[in-house]
Design a protein. Structure first.
Length: 77
C-alpha cells in the first residue's frame, strides 16, 4: 500500500499534467482567436470601404474621347 506522501505525489503529478494540457489548449485557442479577430477586422474594413464606395455618386468612366484611358488599354482596371 502506497504511503500518504506517495499518493499525494501521484495526485500532484496527475494534476500538473492536466494543467499543462489545459495550458496547451488555451495557447492553441488563443492563436485561433487572434486569427478570427484579425479576419473580423479585415471584414469590417472591407464593409466600410464598400459602404463608402456605394455612398459616392458614380461618375462615368473616362473614355478616349473624353481624354481618359482608352477602353482597350491594359492600364484600365
Amino acid at each position: 500500500m502506497p504511503s500518504l506522501i506517495e499518493a499525494w505525489e501521484a495526485r500532484r503529478a496527475e494534476v500538473l499534467g492536466q494543467a499543462e494540457r489545459l495550458r496547451e489548449q488555451i495557447a492553441g485557442l488563443s492563436g485561433e482567436l487572434s486569427q478570427a479577430e484579425e479576419r473580423l477586422a479585415r471584414l469590417r474594413v472591407a464593409r466600410e470601404t464598400v459602404e463608402e464606395v456605394l455612398a459616392v455618386p458614380s461618375s462615368p468612366v473616362p473614355t478616349a474621347a473624353m481624354g481618359g484611358v482608352p477602353a482597350e488599354s491594359p492600364w484600365r482596371w
